[in-house]
Design a protein around this ligand. Structure first.
Ligand code: SF4
Ligand code: SF4
Ligand code: SF4
Ligand code: FES
Length: 600
């Protein structure tokens, strides 16, 4: 890397020669509008032409997100030709857009509207035929509305680059071009894992989560005991919806808002995370002692579970049979809690506020129910919670800090909190597994080798003079590497944690949008930075918690003593464990040898 001298609007700057004009301009204090660029001002497609700038002396315009800086480049942002071209680019996008902003769920956070305002675009300059559109709401988690798609390709790139999948692509040609799964099929008809990473990067309302707010309203209207729980990652990001800085912990205000929304009880999913650790650590130790399927892989990320069911069904035996924390908490509320309070379990509605879109599928899996009653009835994302708070007229800034409810259940440890970040489940599991195997406590309690945002992290752990190899991965492109090793019989690991979303739940598909246009200039890699900031909230919570090991959670100890027996007991299995099924039959793998012959 070297520095080059450039000029922007006649002023001289020295910038890194690896930057695009857009990146360099942002570093120098100029924010050129952009739409298709993602990942801090770099774009391989350059499809929207919203970031055009002029080059002095060359009488031409170039897309700043794809054009590299070079020695002597003289860039004009405020050039009349560039101003006009940027406005025309946006007006052309608007001419093929449904523009029903009033009812659009992206309203208030739409990057197209924001860019339109900045460039002064007029909506009705170009009027004519519009591309035929598709509205797909058949999948449990996702909605695709091509009438709002600007063909920026961010979703296409994200699904391919981050998840290694390629569910979305450009279909058809010219005026008829749309972005969709192959042959414009529904998300429900393709092996999409419902992770929602594509939703997170979509600048418009073309990709959104399925809202379940109506289901919640119905539960209140029916007079049910509506009990809510919130996942750890939600508190680390909900404040962003109300103008708080990225990385602000908002537990107290979030709980206060939930109390004001009228929930019967407000529980922390961290309790469910502690319970998951009790079951999962015991399952791992049992597998070790009985020489069961190894390495065992965690199962609390439903996007990841979808992935293995679709793409590596022969490895399903490696998955822990534990339900995810919110499912466990739901199952305990509808059994232990209901029994102790003499409440008819069919009259309870469990609502999970999650950073995740795939959870909207997970709670509908038939095996995540006990005696035909689902553990969790409604799943809302962090973004949907923000909508509920706004709809109820609650002023975020004026909310006090309140505590989660503690009623038979609810106590949680630092181990439960770190579930929301990649490596957290492994770290929490190790704290408890070490205790079970040695009778002593792991010191220091932090196992930092599995922290950080690297896609794959591995480490060695010594327990009773025996060395165990552990590994943590997030994002499906990284999961593939580990699964291919297992497939080839070359995995060196004893225990693996995998999360569907890169960075873990703090970067889940249901978290507040981080808009490209408003990314701070000073950060090198904003994606890493915002995930890191949210993750730090959870690590800080763990650090300051008096009890940091799941097996020391008093409510969990009482739950086992009074109700479940011991981890892995028949009742624990009935309530807290689940089953997985191959989805390969439904979606055969075209890369498999003989696939095309079989189809004939
Ligand atoms: S995506 Fe944006 S511009 Fe389009 S309808 Fe929704 S809010 Fe309006
Ligand atoms: S939800 Fe995930 S797997 Fe499905 S299309 Fe979007 S990024 Fe790809
Ligand atoms: S669906 Fe969204 S992210 Fe994908 S191409 Fe369309 S506007 Fe861009
Ligand atoms: S062409 Fe540069 S942001 Fe779209």
């Amino acid at each position: 890397m070297a520095n080059v001298n450039i000029k922007i609007e006649g002023r001289s700057f020295k910038v890194d020669d690896s930057l695009t004009i857009l990146q360099a301009a942002r570093a120098c204090g100029y924010n050129i509008p952009s739409l298709c660029s993602w990942k801090n001002g770099r774009c391989s497609l350059a499809s929207c032409r919203v970031c055009l700038v002029a080059l002095r002396g060359q009488n031409r315009l170039v897309p700043s997100c794809a054009y590299p800086v070079s020695e002597g480049l003289d860039i004009l942002i405020n050039d009349p030709m560039a101003i006009e071209a940027r406005r025309t680019s946006v007006e052309l996008l608007l001419s093929n857009h449904s523009m029903n902003c009033q009812s659009c769920s992206k309203n208030g956070q739409c990057e197209l509207l924001e860019v339109s305002r900045i460039v002064g675009a007029r909506p009705d300059v170009y009027v004519g035929a519009k591309t035929p559109t598709t509205y797909d709401n058949l999948a449990p988690g996702l909605i695709r509305d091509t009438s709002k798609c600007i063909l920026c390709g961010r979703c296409v790139e994200t699904c391919k680059a981050e998840q290694g999948l390629g569910i979305l692509g450009f279909e058809k040609r010219g005026f008829d071009t749309i972005v969709s799964p192959s042959a414009n099929r529904s998300f429900a008809e393709v092996p999409c894992i419902q992770c929602g990473q594509c939703v997170n990067v979509c600048p418009t309302g073309a990709l959104m989560e399925q809202s379940e707010i109506d289901k919640l309203d119905q539960a209140f209207a029916e007079g049910k005991y509506v009990i809510v729980q919130t996942a750890p990652a939600v508190r680390a990001a909900i404040g962003e919806e109300f103008g708080e800085k990225i990385g602000t912990s908002c537990t107290g205000k979030m709980v206060a808002a939930l109390h004001r929304l009228g929930f019967y009880r407000v529980f922390d999913t961290n309790f469910g995370a502690d319970l998951t650790i009790m079951e999962e650590a015991n399952e791992w130790i049992k597998r070790l002692s009985t020489k069961g399927t190894s390495p065992m892989i965690t199962s609390c990320s439903p996007g990841w579970v979808n992935f293995i069911e679709y793409y590596y069904p022969n490895l399903i035996g490696h998955l822990s049979s534990c339900k995810s924390p919110h499912q466990m908490l739901g199952a305990i509320v509808k059994s232990y809690y209901a029994e102790k309070h003499n409440i008819d379990r069919s009259k309870i509605c469990v609502v999970s506020i999650m950073p995740c879109i795939a959870k909207k599928y997970e709670n509908k899996r038939p095996d995540n129910a006990v005696d035909g009653i689902a553990d969790v009835d409604v799943v809302l994302t962090t973004r949907e919670l923000a909508k509920l708070i706004r709809r109820a007229g609650i002023t975020w800034k004026k909310l006090p800090n309140e505590e989660f409810d503690h009623d038979l259940i609810g106590e949680y440890t630092g181990a439960g909190v770190i579930f929301g970040v990649t490596g957290g489940v492994m770290e929490a599991a190790i704290r408890t597994a070490y205790h079970i195997l040695t009778g002593e406590e792991l010191e220091p309690v932090e196992f930092t080798a599995v922290r950080g945002l690297k896609g794959i992290k591995d480490a060695e752990l010594e327990i009773n003079h025996q060395k165990y190899k552990i590994c943590v991965a997030s994002g499906m492109k990284n999961a593939k590497i580990l699964l291919d090793q297992i497939q080839a019989g070359e995995s060196p690991y004893d225990f693996i944690e995998i999360m569907g979303c890169p960075g873990g739940c703090v970067n889940g598909g249901g978290q507040p949008f981080v808009k490209e246009l408003f990314l701070p200039n000073e950060e090198d890699d904003i994606l890493q930075t915002y995930i890191q900031k949210r993750a730090q909230v959870l690590y800080d919570k763990d650090k300051f918690k008096a009890v940091r090991r799941s097996h020391l959670n008093k409510d969990i100890i009482t739950l086992y003593n009074d109700f479940l027996g011991e981890p892995g007991s028949p009742l624990a299995h009935k309530l807290l464990h689940t089953k997985y099924n191959s989805k390969r039959e439904k979606y055969p793998n075209p890369h498999e040898e003989g696939f095309y012959n079989k189809k004939k």
